[in-house]
Design a protein. Structure first.
Length: 278
C-alpha cells in the first residue's frame, strides 16, 4: 500500500551537481519501481529552475526496470529555453543501468486564440463509487462499476473509468503535475486485459509478463491532484505481445485537463523465468 511519506520522499530530489539529482523510491508491490514514480520524478527534474513554466508534455521510454532497494541518479539536459517554451531530456539511471529517458516540453501560459475540448463521459461520481482495494490514505482510487481488473475471470469491454485523488498533496503545482503523472501509469494494461477471459492483473509478474514500454502525458489545463479527477481509459489494440491504450483526464466539473497514451507489454511468462520480464 502506498504511503504518503514514501511518495514525498521519492519526489524530493536531492541536487548532486548542475542538472543532476539523487532520488529515493516509494514502496512498490511487485519488487520493481512503479513507472509512474519515474514519470513524476522526470517532471520534477525538468521543472527545477524553470520559473513561469509548467510541463506541457512528457514522453517517457522505459528501458529497464529499477529496483526499489537502490537510489536513482537523475540527469537533466536542457535542450532549449525560450520565453514561451522550453524542452529537456531527463535520464534516470540506477548504477550503470539506464532505467528511463524522458523528453519533456515545458510551456508558459498564453491566452486562448481558439478553444474546444471533449466532454467528460457520463459516469457515476466518486461519491457513488466504492473505494478500491488499492486505495490508501495517500492515493484514493474509486473504479466506476466496481470493476476488478485483477480478477482473470471477469470479462468486459476494454474500457475503465477511475476516480483518483491525493487528498493530502501539498499546495505545489509541480507536485500536482508529478502526482498526476504517477496516477496515469497504473491502469491501461489492466484495461487491455479486460476482454480476455483468464487474463488479469493478479497474474502480472507471476504467470504473465507485463510492463509499460512508453508513456506520453499531455497537460491541457492546470489541475489539482488533491481533488477528484476522472481517468477515462480505453485500449484500442492488443496483440503480438503488446497493448496500446489512451485516456483522458477530467475534473469533477467535467473540464478536460490532460490526456495520455501508453504502449505496454502483455505476454506469458515461461515457467523458468521466475516472474521477471527480460
Amino acid at each position: 500500500m502506498l504511503a504518503l511519506a514514501g511518495l514525498r520522499r521519492a519526489f524530493t530530489l536531492e541536487p548532486t551537481g548542475p542538472g543532476s539529482y539523487r532520488a529515493e523510491n516509494a514502496a512498490s508491490g511487485p519488487g520493481v519501481v512503479f513507472g509512474g514514480q519515474l514519470i513524476g520524478q522526470s517532471i520534477l527534474a525538468a521543472l527545477a529552475g524553470q520559473e513561469g513554466k509548467a510541463v506541457k508534455t512528457v514522453h517517457t521510454v522505459f528501458a529497464r526496470a529499477a529496483s526499489p532497494q537502490a537510489p536513482l541518479a537523475i540527469a537533466v539536459e536542457r535542450m532549449h529555453e525560450g520565453r514561451a517554451l522550453a524542452s529537456s531530456a531527463v535520464t534516470i539511471r540506477q548504477g550503470d543501468r539506464l532505467c528511463a529517458r524522458s523528453l519533456v516540453l515545458l510551456s508558459a501560459d498564453e491566452p486562448d486564440f481558439i478553444r474546444h475540448a471533449d466532454a467528460a463521459p457520463s459516469v457515476p461520481g466518486p461519491d457513488d463509487c466504492k473505494p478500491s482495494a488499492e486505495s490508501s490514505g495517500a492515493w484514493e482510487i474509486r473504479i466506476v462499476g466496481d470493476v476488478d481488473v485483477s480478477d482473470p475471470a471477469l470479462v468486459g469491454p476494454p474500457e475503465l473509468q477511475v476516480w483518483s485523488r491525493f487528498p493530502s498533496a501539498p499546495d505545489d503545482p509541480a507536485i500536482h503535475q508529478a502526482l498526476l503523472g504517477f496516477a496515469t501509469d497504473g491502469f491501461l494494461i489492466g484495461t487491455a486485459m479486460r476482454p480476455h477471459a483468464g487474463v488479469g492483473q493478479a497474474q502480472a509478474h507471476r504467470t504473465v509478463s507485463t510492463g509499460v514500454l512508453s508513456h506520453t502525458l499531455t497537460f491541457h489545463e492546470p489541475c489539482s491532484a488533491a481533488e477528484w479527477l476522472l481517468l477515462s481509459h480505453r485500449s484500442s489494440y492488443a496483440g503480438r505481445g503488446r497493448c496500446y491504450g489512451a485516456a483522458e483526464v477530467f475534473r469533477a466539473d467535467g473540464a478536460l485537463v490532460a490526456a495520455f497514451v501508453q504502449d505496454g507489454m502483455i505476454r506469458p511468462l515461461p515457467p523458468q523465468a521466475g516472474g521477471r520480464a527480460p
